[in-house]
Design a protein around this ligand. Structure first.
Ligand SMILES: [Zn+2]
Ligand SMILES: [Zn+2]
Length: 183
């Protein structure tokens, strides 16, 4: 039962990840909220991430708030397992998102998560809001299978760029192209 509660927490995070990103990050009505401001800056600068201390404070407050109803609805053990599953997978999301931007992916998942996320960044910010999974994009009809992703040279991720040519590395040339390739 503890594993089920933790897994439910993980699933809840994937939904929150989708909802927070889609509405707080990309709905004009929420542009002025602290998350909206940070997210717009992440899109504009590409390598900007909100400060870790802000994230830690929010995570600590979320744990404190969520534990009250979770332990009231279920037992203390299951409630805490649920909250730890949720916040733990939030931490996983933070790592995956950071790695998407800073390192080439490992294996099929690494490749998939970069295509999915950079389609959102560079092709259409109205789709592919999930970062760790496509589940909620599929549920809410915002999933698009990425094809060729045109990357603006100024925002090109370090792992994608071939330092010798200034263009896209051979290994990623089937998915990524520079919007304005060097001559
Ligand atoms: Zn976004
Ligand atoms: Zn991003």
């Amino acid at each position: 039962m503890i594993a089920v509660a933790a897994l439910l927490g993980v699933l809840t995070w994937t939904l929150l990840e989708y909802l927070i990103h889609r509405w707080m990050g990309h709905d004009r009505r929420y542009r002025k909220t602290p998350f909206g401001v940070e997210h717009v800056r992440h899109h504009i600068e590409g390598d900007y991430f909100a400060p870790t201390w802000k994230k830690l404070i929010i995570a600590a407050v979320a744990i404190a708030i969520l534990c009250v109803p979770a332990t009231a609805i279920a037992s203390t053990t299951l409630g805490v397992a649920y909250v730890l599953g949720l916040i733990g997978f939030y931490g996983v999301y933070e790592v995956i998102h950071r790695l998407d931007h800073t390192r080439p992916g490992i294996g099929p998942y690494g490749r998939w998560s970069r295509r999915h996320h950079f389609h959102h960044h560079f092709v259409d910010a109205r789709v592919n809001h999930g970062v760790t999974s496509p589940i909620w994009d599929l549920v809410f009809g915002t999933y698009v299978k990425p094809t060729i992703i045109k990357v603006p040279p100024k925002l090109c991720m370090p792992w994608l760029k071939d330092p010798a040519t200034g263009g896209i590395r051979e290994a990623h040339a089937d998915t990524f192209v520079l919007a304005d390739p060097p001559r």
